[in-house]
Design a protein around this ligand. Structure first.
Ligand code: SAM
Ligand code: 2KA
Ligand code: SF4
Ligand code: MG
Length: 210
């Protein structure tokens, strides 16, 4: 399998339950809910995306022909530290490409594996930390995992629909964009009234890291 990767970089996980944790991010190219082209945004199934996942032109991006080649690059991006290795597979939609072979190769190199997914594609076995982020109007089939991170607000999506599902953590993430300040106020108010939910701030944007 050839993996199409937009970019690979070392940073701190900015969002959700693992915020603040050093991680290698592996951003796969492509998504099933949006082409990534601005002219298609208005007709896409997911219209609020904050990410460029088109092509393979980012830092350490490319088409990698073997799992070993990609896993070795992730290890090199982490650097020399032997312990607490952590990789976040994201995108785009990582579950279009992440397979058991890559999971095994990355585990062999001592990494704990997290995934950020839109929840429309079933995950392979072996993921250590699955964060799913449902999008209104889509067929959302990944209904269990470690973390549910709901971008808020989304028309036609009530957090109450989700709060009894088998996730360990429930996070509301204010939708970034023109209404970001109002969305943050609304998310704060929702958490205060519904303490099942915690507020996820995109801390990497606040502190100016990737
Ligand atoms: C860019 S997505 C990639 C992974 C996967 N496709 C997904 O949607 O979960 C990574 C995370 O950013 C969130 N996200 C995307 N656009 C956002 C926005 N405008 N404001 C807040 N969070 C956003 C997604 O919901 C997801 O939790
Ligand atoms: N620092 C940092 N944390 C993140 N958490 C989720 C991200 C993503 O784009 O999936 C992301 C990202 O792009 N950067
Ligand atoms: S599903 Fe994820 S990557 Fe795809 S367009 Fe939506 S937020 Fe962006
Ligand atoms: Mg991001």
């Amino acid at each position: 399998m050839t993996y199409s990767v937009k970019e690979i970089f070392l940073t701190l996980q900015g969002e959700g339950a693992q915020a603040g944790r050093p991680a290698v991010f592996c951003r796969f190219s492509g998504c099933n809910l949006w082409s990534g082209r601005e002219q298609d945004r208005g007709t896409a199934q997911c219209q609020f995306c904050d990410t460029d996942f088109v092509g393979t032109d980012g830092t350490l991006g490319g088409k990698y022909k073997t799992t070993a080649q990609l896993a070795d690059l992730l290890q090199a991006a982490w650097g020399g530290q032997e312990r607490h290795r952590f990789v976040v597979f994201t995108g785009g939609e990582p579950l279009l490409q992440l397979d058991e072979a890559l999971i095994a190769a990355v585990h062999e190199r001592g990494f704990e594996i997290a995934v950020e997914t839109n929840g429309t594609v079933l995950p392979p076995a072996g993921i250590d930390w699955l964060c799913t982020s449902p999008k209104a109007g889509t067929e959302w089939i990944v209904r269990q995992g470690q973390e549910l991170k709901l971008v808020f607000p989304q028309a036609g999506m009530d957090p109450a629909e989700f709060e009894d599902l088998p996730f360990d953590e429930f996070w509301l993430q204010p939708m970034d964009g023109p209404d970001q300040a109002a969305n943050t106020r609304a998310a704060i108010a929702y958490c205060l009234a519904h303490p099942r939910w915690r507020l996820s701030i995109q801390t990497h944007k606040l502190i100016g890291i990737r």
